[in-house]
Design a protein around this ligand. Structure first.
Ligand SMILES: Nc1ncnc2c1ncn2[C@@H]1O[C@H](COP(=O)(O)OP(=O)(O)OP(=O)(O)O)[C@@H](O)[C@H]1O
Ligand SMILES: [Mg+2]
Length: 346
């Protein structure tokens, strides 16, 4: 089969993604995302710089991965003892602390006494795939782009593919969704949205969710309007609702425990404390679990990072906006663990 035929064959097998919980949706008359039977997810790239940036982000990761694989082949895989040394060197002095505000956060991240330039040199002295192993484990696999009519689709791993009944929540992280050198009118629009939602005050916003309800044998889906109208005092309840599948799972099974969302977010935050490769604006953390699970072991909770339309290479700066949002989200989840989940009825 030639390349053109293979592509049109592939395109004919795509169908709308049933489990997309936020973003551009077919049901709202927009070009939504698609999936196929091979476990791939196809996101239409937006026109202009947004689509270009997301494509460039995935391409940059692909090139770095290839370069790392080549280097490993040439020099033998890094030994695990060297790996441990590298981790120690990177983590030196950078432990959890009080991250209420930006300056405390910056202080805590550089409490090693080293200058920012030293830290950056140290970070970049480690091969990309090793220093960014945590990032690589949470972003979807990338398989390239596909042309569909006049649109470009970015072909990714479908992160919900291994779940029978995926319960998914999309949480946009960061106290601001705008980046400093954006168009002033774009900044103003974002600032208004951030102030009107929990983004600016909490450092995160629930953009969408679907929860499998075992009793109903179906999903409860939060509409965009429901998410927009969510008041700060209702956020805990919304998070409790997400963790309640009516089949016996408790918030502690989804958020706590050794395999819950909380320790996974902590690991991602530890990477953010060190990394100076990227700045992420408007990206989302997805939390996914098995909706019909009856125990923490079956819940198979995973966190993923998506949406890189506003991701930029960093000029050696740490991404405190995203890091602080992530820590605020972790703190909220750990509070939610202690609440009475029977409170939250549908
Ligand atoms: N790789 C993936 N696998 C499965 N579902 C995904 C994946 N990436 C995103 N999704 C689903 O699609 C939703 C929207 O994703 P995303 O934010 O990337 O797109 P978007 O908001 O439509 O695009 P943009 O914000 O760039 O305009 C997510 O909330 C999630 O439900
Ligand atoms: Mg989005």
């Amino acid at each position: 089969m030639n390349k053109g035929n293979a592509e049109s064959n592939k395109l004919s097998q795509l169908r709308p993604c049933k489990h997309q919980v936020a973003g551009h949706l077919f049901e709202e008359g927009k070009a939504g995302s698609l999936v196929d039977d091979s476990g791939h997810f196809y996101k239409p790239l937006q026109g202009g710089p947004r689509g270009r940036r997301e494509h460039e982000f995935y391409e940059a990761i692909r090139l770095e991965r290839e370069a790392c694989a080549e280097r490993c082949k040439a020099s033998g895989v890094l030994s695990s003892s060297r790996h441990v040394l590298i981790r120690k060197k990177l983590l030196g002095g950078c432990t959890g602390s009080d991250y209420d505000d930006q300056s405390k956060c910056e202080q805590a991240c550089s409490s090693s006494g080293r200058s920012t330039a030293d830290e950056e040199r140290s970070w970049h002295s480690v091969p990309f795939c090793i220093r960014n192993a945590v990032l690589l484990s949470v972003i979807p696999e990338y398989y390239g782009v596909l042309k569909a009519g006049g649109r470009m689709l970015v072909e990714l791993e479908d992160v919900a593919q291994h779940y029978r009944r995926p319960s998914i929540i999309d949480i946009k992280v960061g106290y601001q969704t705008w980046y400093p050198n954006a168009d002033p009118s774009y900044i103003q629009r974002c600032q208004i949205k951030d102030e009107q939602t929990t983004q600016a005050s909490f450092g995160f916003k629930i953009c969408g969710m679907q929860v499998y309800r075992a009793c109903q044998r179906g999903y409860w889906r939060a509409s965009k309007r429901w998410c927009k109208a969510l008041q700060p005092e209702a956020v805990n309840k919304a998070l409790l609702r997400f963790a309640n599948n009516e089949a016996g799972l408790r918030p502690v099974d989804v958020y706590g425990g050794p395999n819950g969302a909380f320790p996974q977010l902590q690991q991602l935050a530890a990477w953010f404390q060190l990394q100076c490769d990227f700045q992420f604006y408007s990206s989302s953390v997805l939390i996914i679990y098995e909706g019909d699970a009856t125990s923490a072991e079956d819940a198979n909770v995973s966190i993923r990072l998506v949406d890189f339309a506003h991701t930029f290479p960093s000029q050696g700066q740490k991404d405190f906006n995203f890091l602080r949002g992530l820590l605020a989200l972790s703190a909220t989840l750990s509070n939610v663990l202690c609440l009475d989940y029977h409170d939250c009825l549908f």
